[in-house]
Design a protein. Structure first.
Lengths: 358, 498
């Protein structure tokens, strides 16, 4: 976002909600800038909201006015509305299905700022969180293996809940994992980039639906599989592996790989097919794995986590996941990783207690 | 024939480029700006690390460097891996090298052994990295361990899914181990073979090497017509030109070769030098030094011009580039011994190449010549005794007779040597092999001069000069060769007199 865009955003109706009250009685308090984001071509503005009984919630207000500045405002507005409606539908679905590891939506609706057409601002209200993973990691010195495995396990459960409903998250990055006052509770947020099997989702047409820093190479290099599982669920597995790499090493898998790729073979420069460049990509991944492996050489639990990372961050989607079940629907089943991470989490907790007792 | 080079040199090669490049621009979703703003607000190491990763992925090098400095400033809170990555970003280098390949060295074969140990270790850590297996295979072949080279290459093919680059290297390996059918079938197994000019050109060329025509000639011609003048199809065009030439269609060959040389690879350039010579036309290649790694083209271009020293230098560069290939070694040993009279160098090259070409008849012959010329008669005689005697109708027979003649001369049997040289020259004349005739005469005259028969030596040179009708280019080459020899005879005569 450039300075002019930032300036426009500050003057948009969605940025003027502080002090207003929703129809259901939530009082909108101060802005939370780190919750600002983008949904389609529309920006979103974050707020704290306070309920009747003093309970706190997060409010995400959509700013459609930015869509009107697009070269094709009608199409942009249409896309922005579709994107909002889609996200609203997804978060409500997750709440209704009681997905415990997806941030719960409390309500959605419109709030009137002024009498203009754009003066009715759509919003989504979410349960409050402490912050995201990036905020929690004030320093990597405080990141323990036990905490990382708790987080990874909870996130894997969140993915499992989504996958059971044929939804792939598509943007699993540290900022989309929220932390809660309960130390071992983590939830996924931001379903704006998600993809639901069997329907045309707002970001399905993009080469990469979510952030490039956590997207698998087949997507960044433009390979489109006919199979939704390969195209979307395998991408979620990759992002889970990348999150593990971030927690242990402090860098995303894609950043480390990018630094090992030869000149001209990165996804932005490459003009050929993914299969043409794959041997170079694989070499970069192998070098990257070698580069990060010392970080995992701190005991058998971390080494097992490294094996999981290698399975999840396998660059060829056809070999990713549970290789013994390759070419079956079980290959990309998150269930297996939920179990393995739960097991590792328990082992890490036990090891930590043993150390404390000693 | 396709080239085979270590993987770190494949990365920049034309065949590693996209076959059909897309024109669309890739739009990256810009997460960095948000991540950066979040870091300014949160000020946590987690947010800094996230923004740093986004900067690297989104190619924001200035911002990545700035954040790398910040990470180094707060290094106490970063992981060792994050610090290493930040250092690497600031150094602008890759943190660790890729598979890489050991550079061949004529003297230090130990380097190859070290490379094998390195790649073997690497295959255990990176079993799905096709380039590591590829480079292991390459180094095994350098040591003459063909079976191990084949096994490593089979794994490289399997893990790469028969990728074009690996397939071309594999086909070159199979040619080396004399399995042309396997080379051809490996090519056809590669993904997209029928629409890939790099693979089709290899198929056409390898078929030619087996005295056959590729069964995909029709598809190859059709493909070349759709993309003339592109570097991707230059080797295909040159393979088709060679096919036309071999079938006596000189005009078609010339037309195809011209089109193939618009944007050539070094390989098609070398073929261009060769076919110009065969078609008896001025070289279609304007400047052989303009193309990177065009050692073969330069070696033959200099050879055809009679510039022996330059030709030898290029042949040695070609040998360093393709160390398992016998062709550069054959040219280099021949040039070093025949025209530059550097027999120690000729011996060294022959011994180096015989590691990977253990049963190469001509290379062994050239080693025998180099040894005999240095009066290392015992080894020369031993090798000559074990050398397979070619059939009398075989082109190699004249060479075998001449080498026998040399050994006789050096053993003190001038009459015996003279007789064998005489038979050799006669054989060459019968078969119309002017080069062998000339070389036989050169060597015999030198031996005559060595034992003081300078008049006989001079007469041999006069006879060979007078024999046969020659086109102007050949005369120029041969005149240069004869000049070299005359000088040699003169210096030998002077030495004997003094």
């Amino acid at each position: 976002m450039n300075a002019a865009q930032l300036d426009d955003q500050e003057k948009a109706p969605a940025a003027l909600l502080a002090g207003l009250v929703t129809d259901s009685g939530w009082k909108i308090a101060e802005r939370v800038k780190r919750l600002d984001g983008q949904t389609g071509s529309a920006f979103s503005v974050g707020y704290f909201a306070v309920g009747d009984e003093g309970q706190i919630a997060f409010l995400k207000a959509l700013d459609f006015s930015s869509a009107l500045k697009d070269e094709n405002p009608v199409a942009a507005l249409d896309l922005a509305v579709q994107a909002y409606k889609y996200e609203e539908e997804m978060v409500m679905l997750c709440s209704n299905r009681k997905m415990t590891r997806i941030v719960r939506a409390l309500e959605s609706g419109y709030i009137r700022v002024d009498s203009t057409t754009l003066g009715r601002v759509p919003y989504l209200l979410f349960e409050p969180a402490e912050g995201d993973v990036r905020k929690a990691i004030a320093s990597f010195n405080v990141v323990t293996l036990e905490w990382s495995l708790s987080l990874l396990h909870e996130v894997a459960v969140g993915l499992q809940q989504l996958h059971q409903e044929n939804i792939a998250h598509q943007d699993l990055k540290p900022s989309n994992v929220l932390t809660f006052p309960e130390r071992a509770l983590f939830k996924l947020t931001d379903l704006g980039c998600s993809s639901q099997r069997g329907r045309n989702c707002p970001r399905d047409h993009k080469r990469v639906a979510g952030g490039w820093s956590v997207a698998p190479p087949e997507l960044t290099y433009g390979e489109v599989s006919e199979d939704w599982l390969v195209r979307r669920v395998a991408a979620d597995l990759y992002a889970l592996g990348s999150l593990a790499v971030f927690l242990v090493t402090g860098a995303s898998m894609n950043a480390i790989v990018r630094h090992h790729l030869p000149e001209g073979k990165d996804a932005i420069s490459w003009r050929g097919t993914f299969r043409e460049v794959l041997p170079f990509v694989r070499q970069a991944y192998e070098d990257a794995f070698e580069f990060i492996s010392p970080s995992f050489e701190i005991g058998p639990i971390a080494q097992e986590l490294f094996r999981i990372v290698r399975e999840l961050c396998e660059p060829d989607p056809l070999l990713r996941g549970y290789r013994a079940r390759a070419a079956t629907y079980q290959q990309y089943s998150i269930q297996r990783y939920v179990s393995r991470l739960a097991n590792l989490r328990a082992q890490a907790r036990y090891a930590a207690r043993t150390i404390l007792r000693a | 024939m396709p080239r085979w080079r270590p993987s770190d040199r494949l990365q920049d090669s034309p065949e590693a480029r996209p076959l059909r490049p897309r024109n669309d621009r890739v739009t990256v979703a810009h997460w960095f700006d948000t991540a950066y703003a979040d870091w300014l607000q949160l000020k946590s190491m987690g947010a800094l690390a996230d923004a740093f990763s986004a900067a690297i992925v989104e190619d924001r090098s200035k911002e990545a460097s700035m954040l790398a400095r910040e990470i180094m400033r707060q290094r106490g809170q970063a992981t060792p891996t994050l610090q290493k990555l930040a250092e690497a970003v600031l150094d602008k280098g890759r943190p660790e090298g890729g598979a890489g390949g050991a550079r061949p060295d004529l003297k230090r074969i130990e380097v190859v052994r070290q490379a094998i140990a390195f790649f073997k270790k690497k295959t255990a850590i990176q079993p799905r990295n096709a380039f590591v297996w590829h480079d292991l295979s390459y180094n095994y072949l350098m040591l003459g361990e063909a079976e191990k080279a084949e096994r490593a290459m089979a794994t490289a093919l399997a893990v790469s899914g028969h990728h074009r680059l690996i397939t071309r290297s594999a086909s070159r390996l199979y040619i080396h181990v004399r399995q042309p059918e396997k080379a051809l079938s490996t090519l056809t197994l590669s993904r997209g073979f029928i629409g890939d000019p790099w693979l089709l050109s290899a198929h056409v060329a390898i078929s030619q090497g087996s005295d056959k025509s590729s069964k995909f000639l029709k598809q190859a011609s059709a493909l070349f017509e759709t993309q003339p003048g592109r570097i991707e199809s230059s080797e295909l065009g040159m393979a088709l030109a060679t096919e036309a030439f071999l079938n006596g269609r000189a005009k078609v060959a010339k037309k195809l070769a011209k089109s193939a040389l618009i944007d050539p690879t070094e390989n098609s350039l070398a073929q261009g030098v060769w076919i110009s010579r065969k078609l008896n036309i001025d070289s279609m290649v304007a400047d052989v030094s303009a193309t990177k790694d065009a050692y073969e083209a330069q070696a033959f271009d200099a050879y055809y011009r009679g510039e022996w020293k330059s030709s030898l230098e290029s042949a040695l560069a070609w040998l360093r580039d393709q160390p398992f290939s016998s062709r550069p070694a054959l040219l280099a040993t021949f040039m070093a011994a025949t025209f530059l009279r550097d027999f120690a160098l000729s011996e060294e090259i022959a011994r180096f190449s015989l590691r990977t070409n253990t049963d190469d008849w001509m290379l062994t012959n050239n080693l025998i010549v180099a040894l005999a010329e240095q009066d290392k008669l015992q080894e020369a005689t031993e090798l000559f005794t074990n050398l397979r005697v070619p059939g009398t109708k075989n082109r190699e027979y004249a060479t075998w007779l001449a080498t026998g003649g040399l050994i006789r001369f050096r053993s003190g049997d001038a009459e015996g040597g003279r007789a064998l040289y005489g038979q050799s020259i006669e054989k060459s004349q019968e078969s119309g092999d002017r080069t062998s005739e000339l070389v036989g005469a050169l060597y015999q005259s030198l031996e005559e001069a060595r034992i003081g028969e300078t008049e006989r030596a001079a007469k041999l040179l006069m006879d060979v000069r007078d024999h046969g009708s020659l086109d102007s280019r050949r005369s120029k080459d041969e005149s240069a060769a004869l000049d070299v020899l005359n000088n040699e005879i003169h210096s030998l005569t002077v030495r004997r007199r003094s």
